[in-house]
Write a new protein. Structure first.
Length: 76
């Protein structure tokens, strides 16, 4: 069974479209939506294991220029 998570993302002012476009290109990302409220983007990601989820968030999403903060919520 695949691991699934929701990644809540805050971006720097004016960087939301650029960050959204970059995240959409990553393997393991199932959807990316701009939202209103305290976060700017919500991404749904999947991996074979929880380690795959962690590697995607820390290794591929965190380094994207324009991301200020993320919160990852694992689906049960």
């Amino acid at each position: 069974m695949a691991a699934k998570a929701f990644v809540l993302i805050e971006t720097a002012v004016g960087r939301t479209k650029e960050v959204t476009s970059t995240i959409k290109q990553l393997e393991g990302v199932k959807s990316v939506d701009g939202v209103t409220g305290p976060y700017d983007i919500i991404a749904i990601i999947e991996g074979k294991t929880l380690n795959d989820i962690g590697d995607l968030v820390t290794g591929k999403i965190h380094p994207i220029t324009g991301i200020s903060r993320t919160v990852t919520c694992l689906a049960l």
